[in-house]
Design a protein around this ligand. Sequence first.
Ligand SMILES: [Cu+2]
Length: 209
Amino acid sequence: MKIRTALLATACAFALSACGGDDASPTADPAATPSTAPAETSPAQTPPATTDAAPGDMAPADTAPADSADAAPQDATASAGGACEVEIEGNDAMQFNTKSITIPSSCDDFTITLVHTGTMPVAAMGHNVVITESGDMQGVNADGMAAGLEQGYVKPDDDRVIAKTELIGGGETSSVTFSTSNLEAGGDYKFFCSFPGHAALMNGSVIVE
Ligand SMILES: [Cu+2]
């Protein structure tokens, strides 16, 4: 503590003297004193602050999922109401946060934004969103696996792919905007993640209405 403070003070004094000339010395002392005081109080405050924060976080955290759980259907409803975009979350547990996407036929273009809310790297828990006709899902998925990680687990120039995001890892986001002209209202479409082994859990319906 004392050594760090001394070093800090020296560093401050040095920095200030380098910048400030005569004003440096008077400024450096007051600067060092307050910086020491908070440094000593903050460790003391940290344990109670953390302890307070933990239960404090728990309460909001409990309500937050409830809110977001409420929000998800609302988003779906909003999408059904005409929004030409949707946000989908993928996590480290190999899950999307929705089982269906609704694309209004009134949209010329539709945008899907994938947010990977996890922390795992793309090579271990990569996610994308691929849209195909339902009957093409298995074939596209198998060919994607064969194409490999470098191709984002989607075969290049695959005509069966109606839209796809990039393959992303934890903390990343990828958006794709595509024309709805190739989609038929009432058609049978799926969205899924083509990372090997993920599509079984990470898939859902694309409803065009
Ligand atoms: Cu995935």
